[in-house]
Design a protein around this ligand. Structure first.
Ligand code: NAP
Length: 484
């Protein structure tokens, strides 16, 4: 699988530095003439020299028009193609020509120099229908067909995968999805039958959704992915902020499993189950807003999922898709070293959203008496009634030290709103254990206040790690299971 750095920097000097700085993670570079301040032989020659130094044998020359997502507007179409032809030279391995462009001069010069044509189509609005013919026609002409489209939904992703499937007999092709729904295809190009993935560095990306060469390799091990690789992932909407790929992928690498964990943006859980089947996904984590909805789409769930009404882990087994909730055990893990689970203790839970359900259930199961406080009082009342615990108004005076454990489950204080405090009037006594579920930032204003008052604190990262480790145990057993 090739990793191609698209040179997007404004400055030609920075372009050279970008190749040198990233050479350990890339196999190829794309010179985008439309992003070069000097569109001349000198600029191309200096890039080729650095590419040679870095032992990169694949160098793609492109000159992208505005309608294809590029910056070229200054020249006429004839001038653009003339310049492209003039700048082809030994050392360039591929030249990109857009679908529908007639450029006999470029093609002739490319053939003379043994440069292969990449025939590209860019759709920034959606996934075009029936691309099979274009891909087959281009491949039959000895070119490498490239299709970059912009899926806007899970349905579009299915369409993209269908096209990849219909053209699976064509080995040399580039098929990728842009944007958040297409991100999976950039970090797991194998899933769309693509031979290459583009990446970029700096403020400007080559196309929406491109990530850095370092992330592509160090997190997703793109160069090692192959037809036997096994895929896991996380579904959510949004999902790209998730830190789970940074946990699971190194763990898979550590135990030498050829498995990759990929973020899938999903707006329709039912359609994702079809995607998962088509891609052979063996298991996935589930995050907001799908933890409840997923339950109706899987074959069996463990008892805790039924009781909590929330599922964050799904694996594929010989009995079908099985759902569990590792948030529950993961939440309790950091508390095991404290004395709050020793009986007769009182806990205050701030928040009444999705994860608060798991927290309240876990604390009740562990024998604590629980009280809930939430910005929207009716939600606190509903959750309290469901689990047989008490609630109090967010405006009520809470006696410092009344609760031995305070669990903060709201998103108040989460990045980027790090100044928000979910319970600003509460004065910590210093004897409480304060457990913050937010993990970005690692220390919220609320947790810092508790620490300054002398409280023992637990950060959301501890739960994040504990629940992910429990998921990883399930994923690694699913890895070894051959399922039809
Ligand atoms: P959710 O279902 O959307 O619930 C959000 C909760 O936050 C609700 O109680 C909501 O109150 C409250 N809230 C939101 N903004 C607020 C504000 N400005 N002031 C006061 N309360 C506010 O979300 P969730 O799935 O429960 O997740 C909540 C947090 O837990 C997130 O930060 C998430 O990252 C974190 N989390 C961490 C882990 C971990 O492993 N560490 C696991 C799961 C979740 P209303 O009812 O009034 O709207």
């Amino acid at each position: 699988m090739l990793r191609c750095l698209t040179l997007t920097s404004d400055s030609d000097t920075k372009k050279l530095r970008n190749i040198r700085d990233n050479s350990q993670w890339i196999d190829a570079v794309e010179i985008r003439l439309d992003l070069c301040s000097h569109k001349n032989e000198g600029c191309v020659a200096s890039i080729l020299e650095v590419a040679r130094e870095a032992s990169l044998s694949v160098v793609i020359l492109s000159f992208r028009r505005e309608e294809d997502g590029g910056k070229q507007t200054a020249l006429s179409e004839a001038e653009r193609l003339h310049l492209l032809e003039q700048l082809l030279c030994p050392g360039i391995s591929h030249v990109d020509l857009e679908w529908g462009v007639t450029a006999p001069g470029v093609e002739k010069r490319a053939a003379e120099l043994g440069i292969r044509v990449i025939r590209s189509l860019h759709d920034f609005k959606g996934v075009p229908h029936s691309m099979k013919e274009m891909i087959e026609e281009s491949a039959a002409a000895g070119e490498i067909p490239k299709m970059a489209c912009y899926p806007n939904s899970s349905r579009d992703v299915l369409e993209l995968l269908q096209m990849a499937d219909e053209t699976s007999h064509i080995r040399d092709k580039i098929v990728l999805g842009m944007g958040a729904f297409g991100f999976f295809s950039r970090v797991a190009p194998q899933l769309c039958g693509s031979i290459l993935s583009f990446c970029s560095v700096g403020e400007r990306t080559g196309a929406p959704g491109q990530t850095s060469p370092q992330e592509l390799e160090e997190v997703y091990r793109v160069s090692k992915q192959n037809s036997r690789s096994v895929y896991f992932g996380i579904i959510g909407n949004p999902v790209l902020h998730s830190k789970s790929p940074q946990l699971h992928n190194p763990w898979f690498a550590e135990v030498r499993m050829d498995a990759i964990y990929v973020p899938f943006q999903v707006d329709d859980v039912g359609l994702f189950m079809r995607i998962a089947k088509q891609l052979g996904v063996r298991g996935f984590s589930v995050t907001v807003p799908h933890k409840q909805k997923i339950i109706q789409h899987i074959d069996r769930v463990e008892d805790a999922v039924k009781r909590i009404g929330s599922c964050n882990t799904v694996i594929r087994t010989s009995e079908g898709w099985i759902g569990s909730n590792t948030d529950y055990e993961g939440f309790l893990t950091p508390l095991k070293g404290t004395d709050v689970l020793s009986g007769g203790k009182h806990a205050l839970v701030i928040g009444a959203g999705g994860v608060a359900r798991t927290v309240v259930y876990a604390l009740v199961q562990a024998g604590l008496s629980v009280s809930i406080v939430n910005r929207t009082d009716e939600k606190a009342a509903g959750l309290a009634a469901e689990f047989g615990v008490t609630r109090q108004s967010i405006h009520s005076q809470i006696t410092p030290g009344k609760f031995q454990l305070i669990v903060q489950t709201t998103s108040a204080g989460m990045e980027p709103n790090t100044e928000t405090d979910p319970l600003p009037a509460y004065q910590f006594k210093g004897s409480e254990i304060v457990y913050e579920l937010i993990y970005a930032p690692e220390r919220t204003r609320f947790l810092q206040r508790a620490e300054d008052a002398g409280c023992q604190t637990i950060s959301g990262r501890e739960m994040l790690h504990a629940q992910a480790q429990l998921q990883f145990q399930q994923f690694s057993s699913a890895y070894n299971l051959e399922v039809e």
